[in-house]
Design a protein around this ligand. Sequence first.
Ligand code: SF4
Length: 325
Amino acid sequence: MNHTHHIIGLSGGKDSTATLLLALDRLTKDCIQPVFVDTGNEHPATYNYLSYLESYFSIQITRLKPDFTEEIAAKRRFIALDRRTGRDKHGVKLRWSNRRKREALAELKPSGSPFLDLCLLKGMFPSNRSRFCTDFLKTRVFVSFVDEMAQSHKKVIIWQGIRRDESDKRKNAKLFERVGPGFYYFRPLIHWSEKDVFQCIADHGLNPNPLYQSLGRVGCAPCIYSNKKDLRGLFNSDDGPEILQKMRGWEARVSRASKTGQAVFFQGKELAGAHLGEVHPLVFFQRHRIDAIQHWASKSTRFVGEDWQDFEKESSCSSEWGLCE
Ligand code: SF4
C-alpha cells in the first residue's frame, strides 16, 4: 500500500485545468495523477493543449482509451447468425436482411477511434434521447481505472473541477465527500465563478485551451450538445474542413453498420420541425446529414423549432469527473 493518491480528471477544459493547478500548488507531483480519457473524437487543439500542460509543468498525463474490440466481435457473430423471426412493436422485421448483414459485416471492425467504434456497435450516434457516449466513452473507463488505483493505495482522492453555479444539479455539491472506505471526492472549485477559473489559469501564467476563442466549451469535436454558435465556430476554424470530412465518413460508415442503413450525427437536433416519425425517414436523414447541419450553422438566422431550443438548454456533457466539460 502506498501513500494517498490524488487523481485529477482532465478534459482539456478550463475547470479541470484550474483543478490541476490547485493540486500542483498544494501537493508534490509524485502523488498526483492527471487522467484524460480519449474518446477518439477530441478536437486536435485539445490534444495539443494536453501536451502543452505536460511540458509546462513537467508532468505526465495518463491517457486512457476505451476499447470495444470484443463487443464488436460479439456483434459480428450476432448479425452473422441472426435467424430471428417475427416483428418488433413498429412492425419491422427483427431479422437483419441479407443485404444489411453484408454491409454491416463489412463495416463492423475496430477503427482506432473509440467514439466511432461505439457508434458502429450501436448502429447509431448518441443523442439527447439516447446519450450513451459519456457513460461508455468516459465514465466506465475512468471508474475502472480509479477502482484499480484503490486496490493499490490506502487512500484515493478524486479531485473534481465542478462549480455550484454551473447548474441546478450542482448547486449543493459538497467540498469534500467520503464515497467509501479510503475513497473520497474533493471539489476545490465549488464556490468559484467562471471568471475565477480563467483568472486562476492566468495567474499561473498559463493560457486556457485556445478553443475558448471560438467555442463555448471544450469536448468532443463535434459534441452532440454543440449549439449553433459552437458549430459555426468549429466548421469555420482551420480544422473545420478536416472535421467535416471526418463526420461525412463516420455518417457513411455508421449508416452501413446500422440495421436501418441510416445514421446521422445530429439526429437529436430535429431541424426544421422534422421529427423522425413525422416525415419520411429519407427526408429526415437528408435534412440532418452533416453537410445540411454545417449549411444550417453557417446561416446567421436563429432557428425557432421547439426541439432545437430545448436542446440548446441541455447545455453540456457534464461529466462530474471533470472528464467532459
Ligand atoms: S463531449 Fe458530447 S459527444 Fe462527447 S462524450 Fe460528452 S456528451 Fe458525448
